[in-house]
Design a protein around this ligand. Structure first.
Ligand code: 5RP
Length: 235
């Protein structure tokens, strides 16, 4: 499969620049989403062309399936242990490289894999770069047990933080509820702006039914922003 013509040129440029950071023998985390999928294709081509020996862990079943279909061998995170680098997409990137992730519903595994990596490299198109996080609805993975109670507790936490009354909507896939790889549901918090991301992350972590939320604070070391002309900017 060729990675050139069909893909968004900005995403492709970011993916290529990130794959250029990969060295033989590395242990890699592979992200989830359309940009990460392009990266997996570019990576598989490079592995084939150069005979690289890599060990890879995936952040979702979808990424594992794609990678294996392209000839990359996927191992579990625990089989590999610590990773040299994770390359993943993002829904929003702010000037301090804080992120919103989880638009693809994989932020739980993505956060675990990123936390087990020496460095997290984010790849994105320019539309993901923001001055302040929050325009993109913040995904929160929630246990099915006590789901409505958890939603009420989240609303209460938002109110306590002075964030006002915003939609806290269950994510759907067609006519069904969105179910994550871990069998949980997702609430999307339509906040418009998150003035104090650490306070929100802290408040959400204190709610028992919340499994993980999509704020990645202080985890990303490098963001590679691809541009439609094929160049990249590194943040
Ligand atoms: C999946 C994610 C993705 O990385 C994020 O949604 C960006 O996806 P895309 O590259 O398709 O815009 O966090 O959970």
């Amino acid at each position: 499969m060729s990675t050139t013509p069909a893909h968004d040129p900005a995403k492709l440029a970011a993916a290529r620049a990130a794959v250029a950071l990969v060295q033989d023998g590395m242990k890699l985390g592979l992200g989830t989403g359309s940009t990460a999928s392009i990266m997996v294709e570019v990576l598989a081509e490079r592995v084939k062309a150069e005979g690289l020996s890599l060990r890879c862990a995936a952040t979702s079943k979808a990424t594992a399936d794609l990678a294996e279909s392209l000839g990359l061998r996927i191992e579990s995170l625990d089989q590999i242990g610590w990773l040299d680098m994770t390359i993943d997409g993002a829904d929003e990137v702010d000037p301090d490289l804080h992120l919103i992730k989880g638009g693809g519903g994989a932020h739980l595994r993505e956060k675990i894999v990123a936390a087990a990596s020496d460095r997290m490299v984010v790849i994105a198109d320019p539309g993901k770069v923001v001055d302040q996080l929050g325009q993109f609805p913040l995904p929160v993975e929630v246990l099915q047990f006590g789901f409505e109670t958890t939603r009420t507790l989240i609303r209460r936490a938002l109110s306590d933080l002075g964030l006002g009354d915003h939609d806290v909507l269950q994510r759907l896939k067609g006519d069904d509820y969105w179910v994550t790889d871990e069998g949980n549901w997702i609430l999307d918090l339509h906040l418009q702006a998150i003035p104090d991301a650490p306070a929100l992350a802290h408040a959400l972590a204190a709610i028992p039914g919340v499994v993980e939320q999509g704020l990645f604070l202080g985890m990303c070391e490098l963001a590679i922003i691809g541009k439609p002309d094929g160049t990249v900017v590194k943040l």
